[in-house]
Design a protein around this ligand. Structure first.
Ligand code: FES
Length: 66
């Protein structure tokens, strides 16, 4: 079984669920923090960017469905 981190993109919300551990670094490569199993915002509405805070649910509710 692979131990590579996995990224799943939700096509409705745009959120990206990351399973595994990742280092967040600044532009010079200095470690900011290390996180495990988190979601990144892809809709632009999160107040906790770059992480998803669930605000995409409002966007889905406002979007007409087929
Ligand atoms: S994708 Fe969840 S708040 Fe943006």
């Amino acid at each position: 079984m692979s131990e590579n981190p996995k990224i799943y993109r939700n096509p409705k919300s745009g959120s990206m669920r990351f399973t595994g551990t990742a280092d967040f670094v600044d532009q010079d490569g200095n470690l900011i923090e290390t996180k495990t199993d988190f979601k990144l915002c892809g809709c632009g509405r999160s107040k906790e960017k770059p992480f998803c805070d669930g605000s995409h649910k409002e966007l889905i509710a406002e979007t007409p469905q087929d």
